[in-house]
Design a protein around this ligand. Structure first.
Ligand SMILES: Nc1ncnc2c1ncn2[C@@H]1O[C@H](COP(=O)(O)OP(=O)(O)OP(=O)(O)O)[C@@H](O)[C@H]1O
Ligand SMILES: [Mg+2]
Ligand SMILES: [Zn+2]
Length: 281
């Protein structure tokens, strides 16, 4: 089988709930919930049985309204949250044979540092705002085992140049930077250890339109140059249309539609997706 035809990441039935649930909601019958929420006990079923594959070099989009579970899904993939159930496999980790969610916290740290990079919507979560920008990158390199200061500095420079942070500003802390620049530093940091997978959660939300466009251009450029696999989450179908080869639509913690982005835009099947597409026109 061709390398390109084998998923780099496979997710099977990932679920995440907040709260233990009760006799009313544990039956799993959807009509007992209000959206993703149990009115009897207050449990939130944030992600329900999510499955998808990510292929080498593709950009996979996840779109859905606020509260549909997109960030929770990304947090579970990056081990920021513990899953309630499900499996994940990465082809470049133990030959894709071991469920990541069952690994020790030490192994999970290894996976976070070598197999994945993540960019958060809120740069405060992804960066140390008071450290120098190049220091933020060094931290990620050290986490993956680097020790040589000279080579870390060179790598930091290279990464920051790649995302268009001028070298004279590399020693400055991200708190001095504009929102767009902070996202660029986060992207450079996420790429530090050449991970095969990049997770982007609402990277451009809240930025000015022109800044948004330049960050999206950067992502496109990196994807072409590095052939990295990207999952990009957004509530904005415009962002997804611009970047994603395939798209998954989420609503109330569930996948309601999944396919080629062009096809979803041309012929949305679910009523919610139809509304989303029409609002774009
Ligand atoms: N720590 C938590 N405790 C309880 N409920 C939570 C927690 N984190 C998230 N939720 C709930 O899980 C659901 C999914 O939230 P999530 O942040 O994943 O949505 P989202 O699709 O990323 O939305 P947005 O577009 O606003 O970022 C929401 O109902 C939210 O209230
Ligand atoms: Mg979110
Ligand atoms: Zn309940």
């Amino acid at each position: 089988m061709n390398e390109q035809d084998t998923p780099i990441l496979s997710i099977n039935n990932l679920s995440k709930q907040f709260g233990p649930g009760c006799a009313h909601c544990r039956t799993g019958e959807a009509d007992r919930l209000i959206k993703n929420y149990c009115p009897k006990c207050g449990a939130v079923y944030a992600c329900q049985q999510i499955s998808f594959d990510l292929y080498p070099g593709e950009v996979f989009g996840i779109v859905g309204e606020s509260g549909s579970g997109k960030s929770t899904l990304m947090q579970c993939l990056y081990f920021d949250q513990e899953v309630s159930g499900g499996e994940a496999y990465i082809r470049t980790y133990k030959n894709g044979k071991v469920n990541l969610f069952g690994e020790s916290s030490q192994q999970k740290r290894y996976i976070r540092n070598h197999q994945m990079g993540k960019v958060y919507q809120n740069p405060i979560l992804g960066l140390r705002m008071g450290f120098s920008s190049i220091g933020n990158i060094a931290e990620k390199l050290i986490a993956a085992g680097s020790r040589d200061v000279g080579s870390m500095e060179a790598r930091g420079r290279e990464l920051l140049e790649h995302v268009n942070i001028p070298s004279r500003r590399m020693k400055e802390p991200p708190k001095n930077f504009s929102g767009g620049m902070q996202q660029r530093v986060q992207i450079a940091k996420a790429l530090s250890n050449n991970p095969p997978i990049l997770l982007l959660d609402e990277v451009t939300t809240g930025l000015d339109l022109s800044v948004q466009a330049s960050v999206l251009d950067l992502i496109k450029q990196l994807q072409r140059e590095l052939n990295i696999s990207i999952i990009i989450v957004s509530h904005d179908l415009g962002v997804i249309r611009m970047l994603a080869d395939r798209t998954m639509v989420m609503l109330d913690g569930k996948v309601i539609e999944y396919g080629l982005t062009d096809q979803i835009l041309e012929d949305p099947q679910h009523r919610y997706t139809q509304q989303l597409v029409h609002s774009l026109l």
